[in-house]
Ligand binder design. Sequence first.
Ligand code: WT7
Length: 641
Amino acid sequence: MHETRSFAPPPAFAAAANLNAAKLEQLHAHAACDHEGFWADQARTQLSWRQRFEQTLDSSLAPRYRWFTGGLLNASYNCLDRHLAARGDKTAIVFEADDGAITRYSYAALHAEVCRLANALRGLGIGKSDRVVLYLPMGAQAVIAMQACARIGAIHSAVFGGFSAESLKDRIEDAGARLVITADAAPRGGKRVDLKTAVDKALAGGCASVERVLVYRRMDGCAMQPQRDLWWQDRVPTQCAECEPEWVESNHPLFLLYTSGSTGKPKGVQHSTAGYLLGATVTMQWVFDLKQSDVFWCTADIGWITGHSYVAYGPLSNGVTQLIFEGIPTYPDGERFWRMIAAHQVSVFYTAPTAIRALMRLGDHLPARHDLSSLRLLGTVGEPINPEAWMWYHRVIGGGRCPIVDTWWQTETGSMMIAPVPGAVATKPGSCTRPLPGICVDIVDEDGKPVTQIGRGGFLVITRPWPSMLSTIWGNDERYAETYFGRFGDQVYVAGDGAQRDEDGYIWILGRIDDVLNVSGHRLGTMEVESALAAHPRVAEAAVVGRPHDIKGEAILAFVVVRGERADAIAEGLPRELCVWVAEQLGAIARPDEVRLVDGLPKTRSGKIMRRLLRSIGAGETVTQDTSTLENPAILEQLRG
Ligand code: WT7
């Protein structure tokens, strides 16, 4: 926040930009005086409609907002069919596998693949509103699967391949999925990640709604259950390469995506078709300054919202060429990203601060070996980026020429909300700058009053509905209203982040203000990790906090009270065992960095765990909180580890 450096848009960049300062001002002015009219214009010009919408925004059931009601469209038609005449032969996807093998799909070829899978799905009896869970490796098939679901009006719910069988089962059951699409296994960083085994395990434990499992053979095969499991390669290639889209109403659910909240149970964030697609489409033009000649690369996995908006939908809806990568940044070596940027002439590159920090540590000589001059714009997302990493990204990767767009948004917002428009807005390392046109953001205090004082923190809120906002939480409309609109009323969406403004009105995100952690840009609920720990027979009680970590941003520190003798448990290596246990329960991303065994947790008189105290201890700060209420002050020593 003491950052004072500012980087004006480079003049050559601004001159060629989709939006220069004057054009951006016009958009802001239009949106400010006619919020709905502005978005109606965008929807009419950016999307292809089967039938025009009747009403721009229906607020009659607030906080359930419905955008573009009465309109009929299909997301897959917008991403594929509408490009066929003008750019059917243009490359839509360049896929680079873990081992470096490259596969290209033109828009026409991708369209054909999507139609074939869509026909195969229809052949399996899957249709409008059915839920399909995707548990797939990162790759073209994941995009094809999402597009095929969208084509027939089925609702996809992608689950990140790093989640455990247990987490997968919870998501399948909550969604009531009829079909799971998976792969035998995925190569990642030279290792084999078994996906089908996890699906088998998940289905063995429940998931009564699942009728079929469609398996893409990516590696050397897997066990198949005859009545239930089908090979993609047996079913799909023989299908017809044309498939009439299912025309759906604007608010028909396009997908569910589970994300962590402040309770133990992840929530199925539900997105609409039209509003969502509009957000993903326009933000690519505004923030990535997208041109038809660009080669776009977003490194996010399909299992996260970034992989939905800026891999599966946004790039295709805009008809550009994108790179999709199966592997990890450090395999076979720390030059992988830079080698790929040079090889594929990537012009716009979008990644996470945690990856930037990890690669920065490996040294400047690695990127220096590659010609990165094709790059013209860099982006980041997922967590606040520290100025040091920002400056390195700018200087070493961007060669000092490329603007950096630090984009703030969430699974729930569907598309970017606060981000610089690179030809118009000066950037500052660590700030996501200003809200985009048509997005009304404020910072408010406990009473919901705008914080006017510069540098004072408050709740980040969005004060008007926007098209790509979530429609609801799947199967839990009350939790939707309560979580996002429960605090300041039906008009005010509460993001769950703290933020402050500087003297130029720039927004600086301060991080989550609820019990949500951000580990390597991935959201995790402390309660989820705590329930996983509590499920272990030796655990009596657990409290989980985040502690600062150089690369991951935040790492998990767990305080655990064991059943039986603490000394015995330490001697038996229980802390390590619990780390492995959590990874098995939830997935590797949830593995604690450290488990500390303690005789008791610090609690207030009313019995609430003093998390703030635990956070200070975890961060190695001197404890300033009142500890006089501690039943056993001696545990402070144990808590310090
Ligand atoms: C949370 C949302 C949006 C896709 C990836 C994460 C944090 C996200 C930024 C940013 C500071 C950021 C926030 C937010 N976050 N982008 N540019 N600067 N913080 O999606 O899993 O839904 O998490 O990520 O805390 O609330 P998500």
